[in-house]
Structure formats: C-alpha cells, structure tokens
Design a binder for this molecule. Structure first.
Ligand code: GLN
Ligand code: ZN
Length: 761
C-alpha cells in the first residue's frame, strides 16, 4: 500500500502567530521563553493537523524561526566572522537573529547577511557566506531536537535537511574565485554527525532537499552529488532525496542512480519525467510522487492526478510509493475555511495547505483500492473542476477577442529610440544627468493609520482622499524645494504595488487570511487571478493628474508592469501564463493611453519581478524572456513617441538577461546599483545598451545618509562606463520604507553631488 507524505508544512501559523511572536520578541515585548513556546505550540499543532488529516510521512525540522537555510548555516557552524564578537554576549537564538537582521547596539553596527530569492519563488533565504577554507562544526542540533519533540508527542517524523550540495551551491564565497562546492569534504562530516544523532534518536528516514538537482549543473557538481550520497551510504538511515520546482532532465540518469533509499520528484511542474524515472530507477527505491501543487491555491483535478498515480502504481511496488505534494506547502496559504468573504463559487475551486492534505489522503485511498470510501470526495472534486472549466465568471469574450486581435505592430513604439529621444526632449527638456526618484515616498505611520481608518469605515472616502492629496502636495513641495528634475506623486494611496492594481482590475480575487511567508516575519497575501483580466476604468489617472496640477515640472505616472502583477499573484493554471500576462498588459496599455491623454509626459512601468519568472533550466529561459518582454512591450507599445517610458528593476543580476532588457526598449531604465559600487553597469556597457539608465546611487535599504562625496564617487564611476547623456541620477528603489528625516537629507546630498558633477562635465 502506498502512503501519503509531505515535504514541508507552512510554519507561520493559521493566524500568523509566528510573525507576531517574532516581532514582539524583537521589540522586547515578550521573553525568549515565550517565543520558544510559540514555536513548540505551532509545531505541535501542525503535526497534529497533518496526522488527523491522514498524512503518514510527516516532516519535522521544516519549522524555522527565520529561514531553513540560515538554520543549516547555524547547524554547521558557518557563522561569518563579523558576528564572532557577538558570541560572548548573545545566546544562540539572538545570534541567529543578528545574522538574519543585522545588529546595532550603540556604535556597534554589523550588517545582516544577504538575502535572496529561493529559486523561482517569492520566498527569500539567507545566503550562507563561506570563506575559502571554511571549517564546519556541529553547532546546533535543531533537527534532532525537533525530531525528539515530535517523538515525544507520539510521532516518528521524517526530518528535513537541506542537502549538502544544494547548501553549498546556494552559498557565496568570500573569495569569489573559489567555488563553494570545493568545501564539500569539509562539510560532509558535520552532516554525518547529525545523521548519527538522528539515528540514535530513532529516525528511520531523513529528507534531503536537493533542489539544485533540477538546475543546470556541470560535471563537477554531478561528481559532488555522487561523493556526498556515496558518503552517506555508510549511515543506517534512509534518505529521501528530494527535488522540486522542475524536472531532472539531463541529470536524471545520474540522479536516479545515487545510492539513496528514495527519490522525490515534482510531477506538477514536470509530469513528463515520470516515465523516464520509472524506467531508469532500480525497483527497490521508494518513489515519492509530487502530485499536488504546493505553490498554488487551486483544487487539484483529482481524476487526472489519480491517473498519474495509477500509472506509477501499475509499474511500481506500491509499498514503495508515496503520494505527495510537489514541494513544501510553505508557499501556500494555510486554511481556506478561514475565508468568509470569498465569492462562494470561486471558493469551491480552491484548496489551501490544509485542504491539500485531504487531497493527498483521497488520492492515496483511491490508489490503494479504497475509492469507495472517498467516492463522495471525488464526486465533489469532479463537480468543482467541471464548474470551474465551464463557469461564465472566468470568461470575458471581449478580453479574449482583444487578445486574439493583437497585431505584431502593437508591440512596437512608433519610432526607434533615437527619434523618440529627440521628440521627448522637445516636450520635456531636461538637464544632463537628470535627477528623479523611483516612485514611493515614506509610508509614515499616519499614512497607514488613515488607510486603515478608511478600510474599516471609520473615515469616509472623501476624507481619505483629502488626506492623500495633502500628502501628495507635501511631497511635490519637498521635491520642488530639493530641485529634482522629474517628480513623482509618492504612491501614498498604495499599500502594495501589486494589490493596488489588482483591486482595480476584473479577474482578481482577494483573501483575508491567505498569507505566505516572504522572509523572516514578513508575509505577503498575493491576489488570486481567477478569470480574464480587464480594466473597468482608469486606475491611477486621478492621483497623477492631481500631482501634475501642482507643479510645472514633469510628474511621472507610476504603473506596475504586467510580469510583476502576474508573478506576485497566484496565477491561473487553466491557461498558459503568457496569455494571462498579455491580458494584464492590455489593461496597462489602456492606462498608459489614459495618462497620456490627461497630459502626463513620463510614465514608469515597474518590472522588479521580471527575473523571478526565469525558468531554472537555461533551455527554457529564452522562451520565457520572449513572452515576458512582449508583455512589457505591449503595455507601452501604444505610447506616443513623445511620451518617455521608464522601467525599474530592483536587483543587480543582469548578466544573463541583458538581451531581454535591451529588447524591452524602455526609454529609461532605473536599477539597483549602489551596493555593487556601479559594478553591474559593466553589463550595460558591454552590451552597448542603447537607451538611458539610472543606476541607483542611494542604498534605500539602509538608514544611512550618503555624503555628497560618496555620491560623487559613484557618479564618477558610472561616468567611466557610460556617457553622461545616457545617465540618470536616482536612488536604488522606492523610498516607502524610509522616513522623511532620512529621505530629505539623502536626496539633498544626491542633488548637490549631481550639480557639482554637472559643472565638471
Ligand atoms: N515604484 C515602486 C516604489 O517606488 C517600485 C518598488 C519596487 O521596485 N519594488 O515603491
Ligand atoms: Zn525597486
């Protein structure tokens, strides 16, 4: 008989208990014991929940107070040197938080470890920093402790460890020339120690997550996989080698032959790999089938899923089969039944983490010949899927017609960049090295208070609007006094750059409690795209034109791009992503037109998530970039030549997407660059980037106010790689997380540095 198994469960809690406990602890409002008790309680509840719902292989050590990668870093004792001085006065948990969040006490200031996106998800992990001769020692027994905690509650769990090869590949080396993978032999003994301890505690299985197996890996890394898992063969514990987020492709034959007891594969993202895995794997191996989507909110189509499971069951010893989600449920909201305001029809189509446990159990029963016991469940599922397929609520004929009638010319501006530039400079003459900001100004406590008051009905719409207008007027006045060249309205009316637009578009739904962890205590609540997307009326025109009415200087219209709206939402799985992206792009295209007609001369379309959608395998990347770029081009293709289109992205990794960035053909792109010391501008000059660029020179993540000299230094560096005519001067990103006391002097210095540099040109 096959069993149900889970690679990981959400840890933030049904009501974000972990978030609130963490934040209270950091503010000194609860003790460390209280925080730890919250952890114990959440783990206990989550284990009970899984057991009650029929999960047989339950994970442990999938819980984390901040991040599972940082947990591993602490376990293997890879504490970066700058934190060493804290060891004497901080306990382990506080040291851990210092590594995640940075440490400041009096004059002591230790920057946090870097954070970056976890594969192609919106979860962020803390990047391990390893020296070229990094030593590892076992410094924490968290996986064992949590295994014992579960055992004492009567459960033998399967502890989850991030596998050693993926751990190293996800790390960065303080000596950039050395490959972190060369540290494998130093690292393995520490893993062995933890395995020994798990064995002594009574663990039979351990789950080793090796998501890097589904990226393109070279022969060195393949060798590392063999070394690592050969090494573990000597330990009396069964390893479930766990892959997710994509298929094994090129390395499938190597991966299935690694000497481990089990292999977990993602059959949601890569169903086609099942056939090859079944043929190439030795029959004594346990196969864990990732059948239910842990990264989206839709009910599975149980009949199709059952077919896949049965195909495997026909060819595999079913005592060696596990029925599982494709990846941890970390990326999924907790419980659908908590949603009281969702449209009831839509609600029947959805399944959150807890509901997915039931789906696993039902499939497993069916595989094991007990379909009669889940007949009703299956019938309801069939009905829900059928309803969704045929529902009128998701179809908008006008939208579909419009998508079909897109012409290739719709993707292009009227003229090429050179001509556009000429025309634009006639409409809006700008000095050399024009100065601007990225869009948002401080979201002060007052701004958030007023929005909350409005949302809860305590103040009227008019009162709220008046308040926002006062904020805008204030921001415009400040920008004029600072003498910025291109102004913004400040985005005070937006909680979030995606939610704001999603709320104004048809085809989106919103949850009350659908939180997923983004990093640490930070959660996001992505909207759900369920139907064809259209724009009933202009979304930003009122605020932008109000701001423009207050000044003679140009005010940038501020839009979130189609790809960012797409990837920061739960997406439809019943049509290709590019179709949904195209629908959103058409809405933005109309918004661009309306802004233009209202007299707005410069429009910025932010695409910070462009890179996020990049497939893990290189072979699929071009195709993605092509449609993603097309969506952007469709959004701005209708703009008049005289309208200057900006875009913005907030990361520094451009090397592999430069071609796409050029193809986007924005008149101006602003990027995050201050931390890399303008290093990444090299990509733009190597690629002879034809249009204008604003590399950020103010690190908005830091409360520090850069001096005039620092700015001049960065501008000078930029001028070494790019001609002045191409360069804009701006911060790295929006300023919403900073306060005015930081923003005003920081921008003042930025303008002063620009003025001084201009004189020397
Ligand atoms: N315009 C947005 C802002 O200024 C951009 C934010 C982002 O790139 N993440 O806040
Ligand atoms: Zn940004």
């Amino acid at each position: 008989m096959s069993v149900t198994a889970l690679p990981g469960f959400p840890r933030i809690g049904a009501h974000r208990e972990l978030k609130f406990a963490l934040e209270k602890y950091w503010k000194g409002k609860i003790s460390q014991q209280e925080l730890i008790a919250t952890g114990v309680q959440l783990r206990g509840e989550h284990w009970r929940m899984q057991k009650e719902r029929g999960i047989e292989v339950i994970p442990s050590n999938d819980f984390s107070f901040y991040d599972q990668v940082l947990d591993m870093t602490c376990m293997v004792g890879a504490i970066p040197e700058r934190f060493e001085i804290l060891r004497s006065h901080l306990n382990d948990l506080d040291l851990y938080f210092a590594m995640a969040r940075g440490y400041q006490k009096g004059t002591e200031q230790i920057p946090a470890m870097e954070m970056t996106k976890w594969f192609d998800t919106n979860y962020h992990y803390i990047v391990p920093e390893l020296s070229s001769d990094q030593h590892f020692t076992l410094r924490s027994t968290k996986p064992v402790d949590e295994f014992i905690e579960a055992r004492e509650a009567g459960l033998i769990t399967r502890p989850v460890l991030l596998g050693p090869v993926s751990y190293l590949l996800l790390s960065k080396s303080s000596a950039p020339a050395t490959k972190t993978i060369s540290l494998l032999t130093n690292l393995l003994p520490v893993y062995a120690e933890i395995l020994e301890k798990l064995i002594s505690a009574g663990a039979e299985w351990v789950q080793m997550d090796e998501p890097c197996l589904v990226t393109d890996i070279d022969s060195d890394v393949q060798g590392a996989y063999q070394t690592a898992y050969q090494y573990f063969k000597n330990y009396q514990i069964k390893i479930m080698l766990t892959t997710y987020f994509d298929g094994l492709t090129d390395v499938l034959d190597m991966a299935v032959k690694l000497p481990v007891a089990g292999l977990h594969i993602d059959l949601v993202k890569s169903p086609e790999q099942l056939e090859r895995v079944l043929s190439a794997t030795a029959p004594d191996k346990v196969l864990s089938l990732g059948l239910i989507d842990g990264r989206n909110v839709w009910k599975a189509d149980l009949n199709s899923v059952l077919q896949i499971a049965q195909k495997a069951a026909a060819r595999w010893d079913t005592t060696k089969l596990q029925i599982s989600t494709n990846c941890s449920l970390l990326f999924c909201p907790y419980d659908l039944t908590q949603e009281e305001n969702l449209n009831p029809e839509l609600k029947t189509w959805l399944s959150f983490a807890i509901q997915k446990l039931d789906e696993l159990t039902a499939i497993n029963m069916a595989v094991n010949g007990k379909i009669d016991q889940v007949q009703e469940y299956f019938a309801n599922n069939t009905k829900a899927c059928e309803d969704r397929r045929t529902s009128k609520a998701i179809v908008d004929q006008n939208v579909q017609k419009r998508v079909k009638s897109i012409q290739s010319s719709d993707y292009n501006r009227q003229s090429d960049y050179c001509l556009r530039r000429k025309k634009q400079s006639q409409v809006v003459p700008l000095p050399v090295l024009p100065t601007t900001t990225i869009g948002s100004f401080p979201q002060t406590i007052e701004v958030r208070k007023q929005r909350a008051a409005f949302n809860s009905g305590m103040i009227l719409e008019n009162q709220y609007k008046e308040f926002v207008k006062r904020e805008i007027s204030n921001a415009i006045q400040i920008q004029e006094e600072l003498n910025l060249d291109v102004l913004v309205h400040g985005e005070f009316e937006r909680t979030d750059m995606v939610e704001f637009f999603a709320e104004k578009l048809n085809g989106f739904a919103f949850t009350e409690n659908g939180w997923v962890q983004s990093y640490g205590s930070r959660c996001v609540r992505p909207p759900i795209i369920y139907g064809d997307v259209s724009r009933p009326k202009p979304m930003t025109v009122e605020w932008t034109t109000f701001a423009q009415s207050l000044t003679k200087k140009p005010v940038k219209g501020m839009l979130t791009g189609p790809i960012t709206i797409l990837f920061w939402s739960f997406v439809r799985n019943d049509q290709p992503l590019d179709v949904t992206g195209t629908q959103i792009a058409l809405c933005l295209r109309d918004e661009v037109n309306d802004l233009e007609s209202a007299g707005i001369k410069i429009i910025q379309i932010d695409e910070p998530a462009l890179r996020e959608g990049l497939p893990l395998h290189k072979s699929a990347q071009n195709q993605y970039l092509q449609w993603a770029v097309n969506c952007f081009r469709l959004a701005c293709g209708g703009a008049d030549d005289r309208t200057q289109i900006h875009t913005h992205m907030c990361y520094g990794e451009f090397a592999d997407i430069m071609k796409a960035i050029v193809q986007m053909d924005a008149d101006v792109i602003s990027i995050e660059a201050s931390r890399s010391g303008m290093e990444l501008l090299k990509h733009f000059s190597d690629f002879s980037y034809p249009n204008e660029i604003g590399p950020g020179i103010y690190d908005i993540h830091s409360p520090r106010i850069p001096t005039v000299e620092e700015y001049i230094n960065l501008i000078t560096k930029a001028l070494k790689v790019l001609p002045a005519e191409k360069l804009w001067i701006n911060p790295d990103c929006g300023l919403k997380t900073r306060n005015w006391d930081e923003v005003i002097p920081a921008l003042k210095n930025m303008i002063e540095a620009t003025t001084q540099t201009r004189k020397k040109l």
